[in-house]
Structure formats: structure tokens, C-alpha cells
Design a protein around this ligand. Structure first.
Ligand SMILES: C[S@@+](CC[C@H](N)C(=O)[O-])C[C@H]1O[C@@H](n2cnc3c(N)ncnc32)[C@H](O)[C@@H]1O
Length: 201
């Protein structure tokens, strides 16, 4: 077992349930843990200074908790999700930040200030949901809302978990056509790309 796995197991003895609560399943506990680390830890490459971090579709908050553990920089976690049960788990996992979680769809993200969330973030993370087609107006709204949350000098980080790499390439082509070239792309088993958003005028 490698050091990263040991570190995570020590910090979260119930890691299997936590990973499953983030909608990742399958394999034996050790394999699941290694898969989780391999496919989430690269997000830390995009975190180059301390700051606020919004996870859009945060589920049970385990990704945020892991990023706090992994990153060399202090992140202040925030999360939105449509699922109330997952949000309750996120508040249990990160009780210090319970007020930073809100039940909100990405489609309604511009209303976040009504729920006490900041208008801008240093980092916004969105795992572009599998099968999402940016030719559809709702999906375009999702992308616009995610980018808008990082405007004002923040960084929008996108993760693509879809194993259909052709679909991911098409999503990235649309995003680059609409928002311009990404600042960096990590072409791993799971792809990540991020955009540094211009400060608000
Ligand atoms: C695969 S989990 C991602 C968990 C974590 N962010 C990660 O990257 O590992 C996707 C989450 O997105 C949430 N979700 C789905 N549609 C959403 C929407 N329209 N707005 C906000 N969250 C949504 C789901 O409830 C689920 O918890």
C-alpha cells in the first residue's frame, strides 16, 4: 500500500463509505481508494495559492475534505448540490463549514447570494457530468454559470470523469470555442482543464 493510501485511510477510516457517498463505486476497498486518489488528487495541481473553493455537485463533501488534506495550500470549502441528503453528510464531514453548503442546482447558481454564499470564489470546481451535451441550452447555462462564479480573478477547474474520451473531446472543443483556450489541461485517465478568469471590470 502506498503512502498516499495510508495517509487517507488514517484520516478517514470509513473511506469506503465516503467514496461511495461521492458516487464512485466498485472494486475492493483498496482498489477503490487507489482509484479515488488517482482520479481526484490531480486537482491539487490547479491549487497554487490559498483561497475559497466551490465544488459544484459536492455530494457528501469528501472531495473537499480530501483536497484540504492533499493541498499544500489552505482551501476554504464551499459546496452546492441538488441532493439534500448528500448535503447533510457534507455538513457532518465538515462541521466547521456547515454554513458553506447549500442546496442549489448549477442552473440556479447565480442566486447563491440569497443562500449566504459568496458571489465570487478563488476556485470553482465542476465535474462536467457524463453525457452532457453543450449543444443543449440547459448545458450551456450550466457552463456559463460555472464560469461566472470564477469571474473576478478566480480559476474554473473542470474534471471530466466520462470514460468516453470522444465525448470529453467534444465537450472541451465547445468550451474552448465559447470561453477561449484553457490555461492548462491534464490529459490523464481522468482529464482536467482549467481557465483563469479575468478580473471583473
Ligand atoms: C459524481 S458526484 C461529484 C462529487 C464530487 N464533486 C467529485 O467530483 O467527486 C456528482 C454530484 O452532482 C450532483 N448534481 C447533479 N446534478 C446537479 C445540478 N444540476 N446541480 C448541482 N448538483 C448536481 C449530484 O447530486 C452528485 O452529488
Amino acid at each position: 500500500m502506498n503512502l498516499e493510501s495510508q495517509k487517507l485511510m488514517r484520516a478517514f477510516p470509513n473511506f469506503k463509505a465516503l467514496i461511495e457517498g461521492s458516487h464512485v463505486t466498485g472494486g475492493d476497498p483498496q482498489g477503490l481508494l487507489e482509484y479515488w486518489i488517482q482520479n481526484r488528487q490531480p486537482i491539487c495541481d490547479a491549487i497554487e495559492k490559498p483561497g475559497t473553493f466551490l465544488d459544484i455537485g459536492c455530494a457528501n463533501g469528501f472531495l473537499l475534505a480530501c483536497l484540504q488534506l492533499w493541498s499544500a495550500h489552505q482551501i476554504t470549502p464551499y459546496g452546492v448540490d441538488i441532493d439534500a441528503g448528500s448535503l447533510a453528510m457534507a455538513r457532518d464531514l465538515l462541521p466547521e463549514y456547515a454554513s458553506h453548503f447549500a442546496q442549489l442546482s448549477l442552473g440556479a447558481l447565480p442566486t447563491r447570494a440569497n443562500l449566504g454564499l459568496p458571489t465570487g470564489f478563488d476556485y470553482v470546481y465542476w465535474n462536467v457530468w457524463d453525457g452532457l451535451d453543450f449543444d443543449e441550452p440547459l448545458c450551456q447555462t450550466y457552463a456559463e454559470n460555472a464560469f461566472a462564479a470564477a469571474r473576478g480573478g478566480g480559476r474554473l477547474i473542470l474534471g471530466f470523469y466520462d470514460t468516453d474520451h470522444g465525448a470529453v473531446r467534444r465537450q472541451l472543443e465547445w468550451l474552448v470555442g465559447r470561453f477561449g483556450a484553457y490555461s492548462k489541461r491534464l490529459k490523464l485517465d481522468t482529464e482536467f482543464a482549467w481557465w483563469d478568469c479575468e478580473p471583473r471590470e
